[in-house]
Design a binder for this molecule. Structure first.
Ligand code: 5GP
Length: 206
């Protein structure tokens, strides 16, 4: 049964909660989801691929595109700019495909303002101290950057009530978090209000 425009899933939560791993694992399990690749001015980490993990832009190019209205939302995070390209999201949803994205918390709230039908999922580690452990284990940031990310993370936790779902990413049990996320996606697709009116009418009159 066709359900009209695609659904927009926004996975957010503090940096270090495990968004990247969770969303990567989900994408490996399903072919139905399109991923919205963000633009950023930060340098690529080892193994990161242009156009797959991010579109890596110079600050000048980012600002030019931002000023042209190319981003659905954008944020400064830890001294770098991050933004969600608008066209990809608009066209993909219009084509009926579901999208998943993983902006930081303020970006998620901006997406919700632009797309009130977006499904917002908040990912938290089971204990806040694990955030620090995960950031340290990643070894891609300096101690100063980690301290800053943790400060931001404390602030980000305060936005939780604006979200639709919470998923707890327990240490060493991340496959359960992936299953939880998949369950949310499945359930959202079955919501009555997602179906076009004429289809519902057909059902009513059978
Ligand atoms: P990282 O540098 O670790 O890849 O990302 C830093 C933070 O920026 C993460 O919390 C990530 O979710 C967020 N981020 C990535 N892309 C976007 C985006 O397009 N918009 C916003 N608002 N945040 C983003």
């Amino acid at each position: 049964m066709k359900t009209g425009p695609g659904l927009l899933f926004v996975v957010s939560g503090p940096s270090g909660a495990g968004k990247d791993t969770l969303v990567d694992a989900l994408r490996a399990r399903t072919t139905r989801l399109r991923y919205s690749v963000s633009a950023t001015t930060r340098s690529p980490r080892p193994g990161e691929i242009e156009g797959e993990h991010y579109f890596f832009l110079t600050p000048e190019e980012f600002e030019r595109r931002r000023d042209a209205g190319d981003f659905l939302e954008w944020r400064v995070y830890n001294g770098n700019l991050y933004g969600t390209p608008r066209d990809y999201v608009e066209w993909t949803l219009a084509d009926g495909y579901d999208i998943i994205m993983k902006p930081e918390v303020n970006g998620a709230l901006a997406i919700q303002a632009a797309y009130p039908a977006a499904v917002l999922i908040f990912l938290v580690p089971d204990r806040f101290s694990y955030l620090r452990d995960r950031l340290l284990a990643r070894r891609t940031e300096t101690n100063e950057e980690i301290a800053h990310r943790l400060e931001v993370a404390h602030e980000e936790m305060k936005a939780i009530r604006n979200f639709d779902y919470i998923i707890i990413n327990e240490q060493h049990r991340s496959e359960e978090a992936v299953e939880d996320l998949e369950a949310v996606l499945h359930a959202e697709r079955f919501r009555i209000h997602r179906y076009e009116d004429d289809l519902l009418r057909d059902v009513e009159h059978t």
